[in-house]
Design a protein around this ligand. Sequence first.
Ligand SMILES: NC(=O)NCCC(=O)O
Ligand SMILES: [Zn+2]
Length: 516
Amino acid sequence: MSVYDLIIKNGIVCTASDFYPADIGICGGKIAAIADSIDSSLAKEVIDAEGGIITPGGIDAHVHVDEPMKLLGDVVDTMGSATQSAVAGGTTTVIAFASQDVGLRGPKALSNSVRQAIDLYEEQTLYCDYGLHLIIARLEDESKQTCEELDDQLRNMYDDHGVSSVKVFMTYPGLQMSDYSILNTMYATRKNGITTMIHAENGDIVRWMTESLELQGLVQPYYHGVSRPTIVEGEATSRAITLATTMDTPILFVHVSSPEALDSIRKAQTSGLKVYAETCPQYMLLSDEDTKCHHDQSDKFEGAKNVCSPPLREKQNEQRIWKAMDNGTITIVSSDHCAYLYSSKFRGKHNAFDNGKGGGFRYIPNGMPGVCTRLPLLFDQGYLKNKLSSLMKFVELHCTNPAKIYGCYPKKGALLPGSSDADIVIWYPSKSKVPVKIRNEMLHHPCDYTPYEGFEVGNWPRYTLVHGKVVYKEGKLLQHNAEGHYLRRNTNSIPRNKWVNGWRPAYEKFGTPQQE
Ligand SMILES: NC(=O)NCCC(=O)O
Ligand SMILES: [Zn+2]
């Protein structure tokens, strides 16, 4: 009788803490054993890693796909297509977004918003597991009443669906929250242990700059970046830190790109605050030059492919991001995958021309694809090209820290016998298959471009396993093994119980520990 369903032999196992040659035994979709050598006869099936590196599957904690509220317009991905592209690049868990349905009322309003998204994705073939954050689209009114309602709604959402994180926006027309509303949100997230994710850009400055550029006729895609200088992100970041300090609430800044933001985050972390940060590959590998037209001089709109917020920065900025990843200022790396078609004149990026809008940068849907390329690009740049101090650091940023921050460790993001799902990437042995030139066709996604077309990387996932089954092998997807599910997560946002003065939230008297 077989002890294991599968044994992976002759690999070099790399986790966030260790790097060593070992065999891995898998049983019932879980990591069952890791040892110097496991006898092949104990398994139904054996994969020979041939000396290749083995890492936990990637966790991409910032992915946008089509969702019931269509908050971001006609993004091209379903959850099915996003998970398919994810596993083709070694990512085995994605955390996407459900948006608040502002038409719903009552204590189950947020829970039901999430339910609608889960119902939609249940219909789709999923190649890996997915979780959901909740985007708070609008607080009904800015009264203390809302605080209490939000508290109930968050508790129900977590109890019903294990959603343990919410995202708020300090910019975007229709989504931008006032400081007052952010405080209301933090008051309730703190009480429920929910992680507060913040998109930090000063929306009023962006609006003012946008109008000024438009008056001067400067509306090409490149000017999207000009309307959102680095200090716009820096100011919002330091303001959000002030709000979080007042409310004693841990926060995580998504898609951090600016030196001023990094300085504020580093300072806050050094003073002991629970401030975390995410960055994305585009902020170390692309620049504002990529928002100009490159290929076809007659297409002045081509830079729209790379319009995202925060925008791509000057080339020299990328060194700051690498340093911040290595020194711990940046906690996680996600893709912020948000793919819109480019070639269609009727969909995606060209929506900027709908109804006589004229294609100005203000109207370009923000975002770019990246769920497939995140791990290979960073494995190449971070590890093979030595921009990170070790491969373990790469695993920490892309797999382990996202799992810890978002409450799914060690089920995800680790290779712990008895605890972790067998979500695994086996990379090519170092001497074979190098380099790989990235082509859009390799990415198994519905988008018609990748910002990384023609980039060369020194390795690529050879096998991707989800729940112990091979879902991607040597460039091909194995659909019969695609059995992804919705992932409930735990809360993991623990306040410090340190206050700026004598004020305490009203709920403190109901049992939360006081400052020591
Ligand atoms: N980042 C971006 O440009 N688009 C996706 C939405 C967001 O995360 O802000
Ligand atoms: Zn954002």
